[in-house]
Design a protein around this ligand. Structure first.
Ligand code: SF4
Length: 190
């Protein structure tokens, strides 16, 4: 096909196909090539700054700690001033915030939610139930800690966790993200 034919084919594409085409061609050069890697190194400080100040947790509240999670977001404690904005879909989140006892029946669904989040992502275990099973430790139906099946980055102890402790946990996570300095490219892209 000549160059006019190629341009014509692109102009006749549906928007969905056009976006896939742009992602494929520009992605090859910008994301996977040496230009992309160079840009990623140059912009790492910017990505880190943006991530530290825009934590988007997927709130997975199972029991009483969820009320403290809500209190931390209310005007008195105002978690949003740290950039913490809860979302309800894993596709828009970079933090999995788990609180409450995870039953063995629920475990595969929670793992699936974690897998649906894109990289980079972090996990916060909030409260004794999420950390070790809490009052339900060694129960026949409860998992003894989220870290049995998902890597946990930050543990926030308490039963329940007070909103102040929760804010401190988010600040510890911000420190961790600052130290990790992850770029925009995932391992599969490089
Ligand atoms: S840690 Fe305590 S307050 Fe939090 S969900 Fe478990 S039992 Fe409830």
């Amino acid at each position: 096909m000549d160059i006019d034919g190629k341009i014509g084919a692109v102009m006749l594409m549906r928007s969905k196909d056009f976006l896939a085409w742009v992602d494929d061609w520009f992605g090859r050069v910008l994301k996977r090539g040496p230009i992309g890697r160079g840009l990623d190194v140059l912009l790492t400080d910017f990505w880190t700054w943006a991530r530290v100040n825009s934590l988007y947790p997927l709130h997975f509240g199972i029991m009483c700690c969820a009320l403290e999670m809500a209190a931390a977001s209310a005007p008195r404690f105002d978690a949003q001033r740290l950039g913490v904005i809860y979302r309800s879909t894993p596709r828009q989140c970079d933090i999995l915030l788990v609180n409450g006892p995870v039953s063995k029946k629920l475990k595969p669904d929670l793992r699936r939610l974690y897998d649906q989040m894109s990289e980079p992502k972090w996990v916060v275990a909030m409260g004794e139930c999420a950390i070790s099973g809490g009052p339900f430790w060694q129960s026949y139906s409860i998992v003894e800690g989220v870290d049995q099946f998902i890597p946990v980055d930050i543990y926030i102890p308490g039963c329940p966790v007070r909103p102040e402790a929760m804010l401190e946990g988010f600040m510890k996570l911000q420190d961790k993200i600052r130290k990790e300095k992850k770029g925009a490219l995932t391992e599969e892209m490089v």
